[in-house]
Design a protein around this ligand. Sequence first.
Ligand SMILES: N[C@@H](CCC(=O)N[C@@H](CS)C(=O)NCC(=O)O)C(=O)O
Length: 210
Amino acid sequence: MKLYNSVGPNPRVVTMFIAEKGIDIETIEVDIMSGENRQEAYLKKNPGGQSPALEMANGEILSEITPICDYLDEKFPANSLMGETLEEKAQTRMWCRRIDIKITEPMANGFRFGEGIDLFKDRMACFPESSADLKALAQDGLKWLDALLSDEFICGQRFSLADVHLFCFLDFFAGMGQPVNPELKNVSRWMEAMRQRPSVEASIHPSMRG
Ligand SMILES: N[C@@H](CCC(=O)N[C@@H](CS)C(=O)NCC(=O)O)C(=O)O
């Protein structure tokens, strides 16, 4: 198996997930800043042209962070971050999907169409006039989550991929003009607790280390 990795919150979800599980996967770095991921060689592997991608045990390529983590969790069942039962797995997938739709996707597009416009304008359709609204939509999603996050983790008492997913995005975009509103007490408390996990340090991309 090989993980095509790069800087950015999406690949970090997978590398933090891997660190949490204590498994070892060979990684191949893709330079997304220079656009290597948009060149033919990478597009042949992942037509979505984004990072990460996982070459699975049978040689086929899988993209999208939730299926990649789901696959790794089934392949290496110890320390499951998806859940032990069918119901827990379904709940984890539900929360990842909610986080994606309500928070992280609008947050990422708010950045791509705003601060990231020079990097993204020739890579995808960009709508700069939507940037502020998308950021507001992401903040509204966080407010919604804050009211529900009274327990230790997103899936109650159970640490899961949903926590890893949200953390990597909030950590990345806090430094890119989309910090967590400190009035969101539950999200702020959860974020502080997440920062103590060894997987946070272990998953910092080499290019971001001082
Ligand atoms: N939906 C994809 C999103 C992947 C994504 O947006 N990756 C970013 C890095 S965080 C990327 O490759 N950006 C460079 C580009 O789009 O050219 C997933 O779940 O993996």
